[in-house]
Design a protein around this ligand. Structure first.
Ligand code: ADP
Ligand code: MN
Ligand code: MN
Ligand code: MN
Length: 373
């Protein structure tokens, strides 16, 4: 069996005593940000004298960028700018989780702060009421890096019974999934579903629908909550897009998209127009759909295991081997949304949603204007 962490063996009953102590009017606020890897999350907590009612009640803060792969030379102080507030499902009301943007000493966004640029595009396309829903796949590992619940020497039975499976022989680690789901609901993250995936100990949750910049904000906090829940149980969630080589499915972050024109009667023609534009910029999208410019997806988008080839663009109704899938019901009703199946599980949702908005909704002229800002 995969090994669990030492911290998960600490006395949780004892912990409960301290966590239930009254805390007066004071409020613990945990600031969360994306570090210099573009994948890692960091957090630290401070006390506010009273409960913040809105994001505007939460002050800016700072941290040491030289310890998060973010510092530039001797200017290691980075600014934390609160952008979205959630309830804290770990220490409970009135405490908060707050997602932050990171700015450098000169108050410009850091290299891995892709929210800033994404937000500008979302402002430009606001009138289209752009909705997203993202399907986050992930794999549970022991602290030894081996998939959770897999035999130490050898493999579980081949794929087949695990997707949406039930029973101790099919579902590995459901406790994590259920606790993460409840914690997201409590916090205010727009989680809309979950299921067991094709590879054992691989799972998925869905977040949506979210409008514009909200998508990245909610998905990043959903990821934070996942890592934090896993920490409590002593295991690790990896977003690696192909954790196991061989005949095992990889992990993606399918991104579902619609505008108000697509959702209205006869909207399929707008979906087709968007797909045509996406087809012309396949390579450009592949470059931003994982944090290593397409290298991570190279291991996953093989054309097998319900993926398309990384080199080809394709689209089709109900086709799970295509880059873009139009769900069957959308084909039938001639309106709705489409699914971009290319983003990697470890993608930055700001990069993905920003690229989709730009390609599908901005004209060439508008784009130049956006980039020169
Ligand atoms: P799949 O069949 O691809 O596994 P899921 O049920 O896992 O689909 O996920 C569907 C996703 O589509 C959800 O994240 C949901 O929020 C999103 N979604 C549903 N309707 C829309 C819409 N009109 N626009 C954008 N996203 C949508
Ligand atoms: Mn799904
Ligand atoms: Mn899936
Ligand atoms: Mn999907």
């Amino acid at each position: 069996m995969a090994s669990v962490s030492v911290s998960s063996h600490l006395n949780k009953g004892l912990r409960q005593h301290y966590l239930s102590l009254p805390q007066g009017d004071e409020c613990q606020v945990t600031y969360i940000w994306i570090d210099g890897t573009g994948e890692g999350l960091r957090n630290k907590t401070r006390t506010l004298e009273r409960e913040p009612q809105t994001i505007d009640d939460i002050p800016e803060w700072n941290f040491d960028g030289s310890s998060t792969y973010q510092a530039e030379g001797s200017n290691s102080d980075m600014y934390l700018i609160p952008v979205r507030m959630f309830r804290d499902p770990f220490t409970l009301d009135p405490n908060k989780l707050v997602l932050c943007e990171v700015l450098k000493y000169n108050r410009l966004p850091t290299e891995t702060n892709l929210r800033s640029g994404c937000n500008k595009v979302m402002e430009q396309v606001k009138e289209h009421c752009l909705w997203f829903g993202m399907e986050q796949e992930y794999t549970l590992l022991g602290v030894d890096g081996h998939p959770f619940g897999w035999p130490t020497n050898g493999f579980p039975g081949p794929q087949g019974p695990y997707y949406c499976g039930v029973g101790a022989d099919n579902a590995y680690g459901r406790d994590i999934v259920e606790c993460h789901y409840k914690a997201c609901l409590y916090s205010g993250v727009k989680i809309c579903g979950t299921n067991a995936e094709v590879m054992p100990s691989q799972w998925e949750f869905q977040v949506g629908t979210c409008e514009g910049i909200e998508m990245g904000d909610h998905l990043w906090v959903a990821r934070f909550i996942l890592h934090r829940v896993c920490e409590d149980f002593g295991v690790v969630a990896t977003l690696d897009p192909k954790p196991m080589k061989g005949n095992w499915n990889g992990a993606g972050c399918h991104t579902n998209v619609s505008t108000k024109e697509m959702r209205d009667a006869g909207g399929l023609q707008y979906i087709e127009k968007a797909i045509e534009k996406l087809g012309k910029r396949h390579a450009e999208h592949i470059r931003v759909y994982d944090p290593r410019g397409g290298q991570d997806n190279q291991r996953r988008l093989t054309g097998f295991h319900e993926t398309s080839s990384i080199n080809d663009f394709s689209a089709g109704v109900a086709n799970r081997g295509a880059s873009i899938r139009i769900p069957r019901q959308v084909g039938q009703e001639q309106r709705g949304y489409f699914e971009d199946r290319r983003p990697s599980a470890n993608c930055d949702p700001y990069a993905v949603t920003g690229a989709i908005a730009r390609t599908c909704l901005l004209e060439e002229g508008e784009e130049e204007e956006e980039q020169s800002k």
